[in-house]
Design a protein around this ligand. Structure first.
Ligand SMILES: NC(=O)c1ccc[n+]([C@@H]2O[C@H](COP(=O)([O-])OP(=O)(O)OC[C@H]3O[C@@H](n4cnc5c(N)ncnc54)[C@H](OP(=O)(O)O)[C@@H]3O)[C@@H](O)[C@H]2O)c1
Length: 290
């Protein structure tokens, strides 16, 4: 539990997912209501959500739900009837409409995949997005809908956490492979910004409290290549570093029909640190707390 906060009622979409479920676990002081398919709510059917928006006393809604399978999203590129566009864009529009109608503050969760990775240096909240893939495109379109309101847009990047068998994050994939003695081939010419989900949970507690309007990068304090990340993981957990082998994104991108990947996803969390006084951990400290 973070801080010494009084109990709040909160509505959330996607609270069964990789990130949302940990945010719930780490904020037991709050009463979350999960607007999930399992509980009979569907963000594509706003009429299923109307009664709870009308009757629940929550003044804040956290919108995690998304179509997050980036490879499957790429197969749907350009298809506005596809599930990716429907959930990420139409679903978000539905949540925005309901928040406005019932006067609830929206915290919308977005992604570093809105950027094309061509920048020299770290991306800030002032950089203009230019998504490369369909998942990023739909998340950017959702951001543009949300940006017309006084909502909080919280971009996260490469989230990882303690074991969550339902969905295996990149850090966990690397740990599992190394533990079973398998080779781990990772790009050495790409930069990413892995983020400990426990820090996202702590940062969101502050966002819930302050309800700021605008975009914030709630990301980890280390940007590095996936190859260096795998090496760091191996050394932290005393696993075989020789199993970590470099490969090149530039080579991968030459293969026919390659899904585009952004080369530089170094993301700055400076604005969040300055405005909230909370600094997400660097990779090594995060791994030690995993
Ligand atoms: N994971 C990443 O690498 C990453 C990186 C950057 C940003 N993000 C963003 O972070 C947020 C959370 O990601 P995640 O990885 O935690 O997601 P996730 O594990 O893939 O979970 C997706 C969630 O969305 C819900 N959902 C899907 N369709 C729905 C619908 N029609 N109605 C209601 N709920 C629906 C799912 O509920 P059911 O279980 O009921 O299907 C599930 O709880 C997303 O907005 C994502 O874009 C993720």
């Amino acid at each position: 539990m973070f801080g010494n906060q009084k109990m709040l009622n909160l509505l959330g979409t996607g609270l069964s997912g990789l990130v949302g479920s940990r945010v719930v676990e780490l904020n037991p002081q709050h009463q979350f209501t999960d607007l999930s398919l399992d509980s009979g709510y569907d963000i594509l059917k706003p009429e299923s959500l109307e009664p709870i928006f009308q009757n629940n006393p929550a003044s804040v809604v956290i919108h995690f739900a998304a179509f997050t399978d980036t490879n499957a999203a790429w197969e749907q590129r350009g298809d506005k009837n596809g599930l990716c566009y429907q959930i990420n864009v139409v679903g978000t529009q539905n949540i925005v409409n309901l928040c406005q109608k019932y006067n609830k503050h929206l915290i919308h969760i977005s992604t570093d995949f809105v950027f094309n990775g061509q920048k020299q240096g770290s991306y800030t909240e002032f950089d203009t997005p230019f998504p490369l893939d369909w998942y990023g495109e739909t998340k950017y379109q959702a951001e543009k809908i949300v940006a017309n309101t006084n909502s909080s847009i919280i971009r996260i990047a490469f989230p990882f956490r303690s074991n969550f068998p339902t969905k295996i994050d990149l850090v966990r994939k690397i740990i599992d492979k190394l533990k079973s003695g398998q080779e781990v081939k990772m790009f050495s010419d790409q930069i990413i910004t892995p983020t400990f989900i426990d820090d996202i949970a702590q940062g969101l507690t502050l966002v819930i409290d302050k309800q700021p309007a605008g975009i914030y990068h709630l990301v980890g304090s280390t940007s590095l290549s996936p190859y260096d990340m795998a090496k760091t993981i191996a050394s932290t957990f005393k696993l075989d570093q020789n199993l970590v082998v470099p490969s090149l994104l530039t080579d991968y991108l030459k293969t026919p029909n390659a899904r585009p990947y952004a080369p530089n996803l170094a993301i700055s969390n400076q604005k969040f640190v300055t405005e909230f006084g909370f600094c997400p951990k660097n990779l090594q400290s995060s791994l030690k707390n995993l």
